[in-house]
Design a binder for this molecule. Structure first.
Ligand code: AMP
Length: 503
């Protein structure tokens, strides 16, 4: 029934004929949801969408809590040939105004508590239907779903049709809608499933949010495509995740998960049944990698990707998982490092901008042809904006974002290089190095540092310790000690916030 729909067909193939196999164990409700029951509900969701007038290519916007119903809606939207548009629940009304105005969805799904505020905003922007999903799976959308019968002929969609739009975090200017096709989602998850050896015996701990590429596409699509199961958690809690490990085989997380898990009791014992720990979305400190390995015997597998490209590189399943690197280009993905000024490839091992090309790369930014032309070259390479270097044997290391590059006294300073030296000092937990406006240097290097719980270190002592390892123009002009670094839900340090705070 899904044959003519490129992505839906791929999401369903592995579970056909295994209708009673469990797709999802809902940790909150205790319910074990079979593949049949999940896809039946996704078909009901597709029928609800059609009854709301959703036509192929229409956008379906969702700002809802992480629920099973939201996952069903995602697959239902694919079946209906619509374009799924998940939004971070942290966005406020005025941010929503922008997204709804820009994407012009046919339908908005939100939490019951937001419906009063959001309905007028949505209606003003031409959104005709507002339905709800609550954290406990109740809501008007779930009711409408239950009033439908299963059975839906998936709308034909080919590989170049859009399946989703995900807005980028927009730290530089307006948030941009990345247009993701059936092919870029399907091809990437298929590659990762094989690369990371997922099959129907796997049980993934799903503790990531599902408004973001990592939890929605990497975690969910791989589970479906492998015909595997997941333990579905509404949010990350280190003790709960540790307890789930005895019934699971794999975890996908952001670095913060691993840092928090290292603090819980009886971790090593709990990981005995696990075969794979994946980290991504933000840099995993080599120290975290090493501590995890020493304690559990497992080497965390770090991968690198972004909203616009899905995943690009990964440390190998078999072979060396090199701490501090994001591994090798995935099969079918071309990766080059180029000079930010000329666009020419730099010499091996030199730092430059990472560019990627492959079926995983998005189709451009929604209604922003100029932005698309700036970042997506005619030859298919996407300019990621990440600064990186590639070792002789092909391992990629991300050294920071191009926009985080500090130019102090006319010289380029890569924050990551300084952070690595600071992080190696005894008593330091982690650090973030930023540039702040300075009348003398243009930008001055400032280090924001978190110390270990019982450590005491003055800024003079810290500076004296790092001085021998760094050229003087890289020395921080100021050290600021903080309790913790500001991060977003995906574990990314918010350097913008730090820059504003300390300017
Ligand atoms: P997003 O589009 O929200 O997924 O953010 C993508 C950005 O996260 C990338 O451009 C990188 O800057 C960063 N990122 C993702 N994975 C990693 C990683 N393993 N190491 C370092 N940075 C990463």
């Amino acid at each position: 029934m899904y044959d003519g729909n490129y992505l839906a067909h791929k999401l369903r193939a592995a579970s056909l004929g295994r209708e009673d196999a469990i797709f999802l164990k809902n940790h909150q409700t205790g319910e074990a949801v079979s593949y049949k029951s999940f896809f039946d509900n996704a078909e009901r969701m597709a029928k609800v969408l059609v009854s709301c007038g959703v036509k192929p290519g229409d956008r379906v916007a969702v700002q809802a809590p992480k629920t099973q119903a939201m996952l069903e809606l995602y697959v239902g939207s694919v079946l209906a040939g619509a374009v799924f548009l998940p939004l971070n629940p942290a966005y406020t009304g005025s941010e929503l105004e922008y997204f709804l105005g820009d994407a012009e969805p046919r339908l908005l799904v939100c939490e019951p508590t937001s419906v009063e505020t959001l309905t007028p905003i949505a209606n003003e922007r031409g959104v005709q239907h507002v339905l709800t999903i609550a954290a406990d799976e109740a809501g008007s959308l779930t009711l409408a779903r239950d009033a439908q019968t299963a059975g839906f002929m998936a709308v034909d969609r080919d590989q170049n049709d859009l399946a989703a739009i995900l807005y980028t975090s927009g730290t530089t200017g307006r948030s941009k809608g990345a247009m993701l096709t059936h092919l870029c989602l399907a091809s990437n998850s298929e590659t990762l499933k094989d690369y990371w050896h997922f099959d129907k015996t796997d049980v993934l701990i799903h503790a990531l949010p599902i408004f973001h590429t990592h939890g929605l596409f990497v975690a969910t699509n791989i589970t479906l495509m492998a015909g595997a199961s997941c333990i579905f958690l509404a949010k990350f809690d280190a003790n709960v995740v540790r307890d789930c490990m005895k019934d699971a085989t794999a975890l996908m997380g952001v670095p913060t998960f691993y840092v928090r898990l290292l603090e819980v009791e009886a971790l090593a014992e709990s990981t005995k049944n696990m075969r794979l720990f994946v980290s991504g979305s933000a840099p995993l400190l080599a120290e975290t990698h090493d501590r995890w390995r020493a304690l559990t015997g497992h080497a965390i597998l770090e991968r690198y990707g972004m909203t616009e490209t899905n995943m690009n590189t990964s440390n190998p399943y078999e072979g060396e998982r090199r701490a501090g690197t994001v591994g090798l280009p995935l099969p079918g993905v071309d990766v080059i490092v180029t000079d930010p000024h000329t666009g020419a490839e730099v010499a091996q091992c030199d730092v430059g901008i990472l560019e990627v090309r492959g079926p995983n790369v998005f189709a451009g930014y929604w209604r922003m042809p100029e932005k698309t032309a700036e970042e997506l070259r005619d030859n298919g390479f996407f300019i990621t904006g990440d600064m990186a270097e590639m070792s002789d044997d092909g391992y990629v290391s991300i050294v920071g974002r191009a926009k985080d590059l500090i130019i102090s006294g006319g010289l380029n300073v890569y924050p990551k290089e300084i952070e690595l030296v600071i992080d190696a000092v005894e008593g330091v937990t982690e650090s973030a190095v930023i540039g702040i406006p300075d009348p003398d240097f243009g930008e001055a290097v400032v280090a924001v540092v978190v110390l270990d719980r019982n450590a005491s270190l003055s800024s003079e002592k810290l500076l004296a310790k790092i001085a021998p390892d760094l050229a003087s123009f890289k020395h921080p002009k100021r050290v600021i000690f903080v309790e913790e670094l500001v991060r977003n839900t995906m574990g990314k340090v918010q350097k913008n916030t730090l820059r504003m705070r300390y300017a």
